[in-house]
Design a protein around this ligand. Sequence first.
Ligand SMILES: NC(=O)c1ccc[n+]([C@@H]2O[C@H](COP(=O)([O-])OP(=O)(O)OC[C@H]3O[C@@H](n4cnc5c(N)ncnc54)[C@H](OP(=O)(O)O)[C@@H]3O)[C@@H](O)[C@H]2O)c1
Length: 413
Amino acid sequence: MIAIAVLGHGTVGSGVLEVFNKNHASIIEKAGEEMEIKYILDRREFPDLPYHDKFVKDFEVILNDPDVRVVVEVMGGLDPAFDFVLRSLKAGKNVVTSNKELVAVHGAELLAAAHETNVNFLFEASVGGGIPILRPLSQCLSANRIVEIAGILNGTTNFILTKMFREGVAFEDALALAQKLGYAERNPAADVEGDDACRKVCILASLAYGRHVYPQNVHTEGITHISAEDVHYAEAWGGVIKLIGRVKKLDDGRLFAMVSPAFISRESQLATVDDVFNGIMVRGDAIGDVVFYGRGAGKLPTASAVVADVIDAVKHLAARKYIDWEPAKDGYVCDYLEVPASMFVRVTARSRTEALRSVRGLLGNVTELVCPGVENEAAFITPMLPEGEIVRALQALRALDYPILSTIRVLDY
Ligand SMILES: NC(=O)c1ccc[n+]([C@@H]2O[C@H](COP(=O)([O-])OP(=O)(O)OC[C@H]3O[C@@H](n4cnc5c(N)ncnc54)[C@H](OP(=O)(O)O)[C@@H]3O)[C@@H](O)[C@H]2O)c1
């Protein structure tokens, strides 16, 4: 009998118990081993649950029980999750987690610890919730050179942007609705500032290219500044605005990684990924584009990925599943200002013609955008230029008394 301990009985943890109990017979059959959830660690008491006797408050009980072969970390955050996970791995226990922050910040170190004690450290649920993406990326697509990955990786922000587009709702109202429906936390900063998507980009990039990409090296912008006018211009241009996380290997071996809102054409495969859904496009040199689509969060979809990892860990107790990446040296992720970008820009201007004359003097052949009903401003899309050059030109434009109202990258997916 393999004993499992679940750390955290919140949204995902309670879902893990539900899926494990509901599909127990088939899960055991697939794992090929008898399994039981022996302990659940949480701060709170749950006296009314049928499995209330499994709750413990002291992690040492779990760590010191040799029957526990798999620890499921679904508490979230870094402290104490990192300490508990590292000590579990060092004690020779397999670990499954849905904690993207933990993997994005400490993945290389935890994988090395798993390597040392020959145990599995699996985290399929940390990107895309229930959508299978990490396994396909590391196994099914392993014959490819991964050219690029781009995705809508955060359901909360996608829900907000979808509401802004479909119903003309302002950002604040769409956020309030997302909170009311339980899609956004009371403190939504990690979602709306792009940090959650950034952590997922780090995990995808580390897995696809073999070296750890740390969150502080990924330029990250959220959606808090997206206005109704930006939405109107995107529609007039023939597209939508999505929060896109992306990573690409450059010819010199460095990576480019970024999270930012972006104009994408209505024809793009990612443009129709709406509401709380996630969509992740992987571009391989042999397979071309593959898109993974589904619910990127939620109790049961996420628990489904966590329990699948538990099954996989139990099936590979003797021969560890081979997922690894190495720490990266400084400079592995390039400065985004070096990389060519095309930018949608709005500036305040009494005369649109004069403003665009100045803009063309600084940025060359820009494409003007006109939005019915919007006055006292000029809007345009820059040609592809190293982003640093665009930034310098916009500084010069500011100095000519054309205040910048917004800048949003234009992507070609
Ligand atoms: N929710 C999703 O749809 C989803 C999807 C994909 C990935 N994830 C990731 O999965 C993880 C868990 O998310 P969640 O939504 O399930 O969070 P949650 O609902 O807040 O659950 C976390 C649980 O762990 C408990 N806990 C936290 N620290 C603890 C500690 N030191 N000792 C004992 N118990 C502790 C919490 O207790 P208190 O309530 O008392 O703090 C809570 O019951 C996070 O890393 C999240 O990013 C979540």
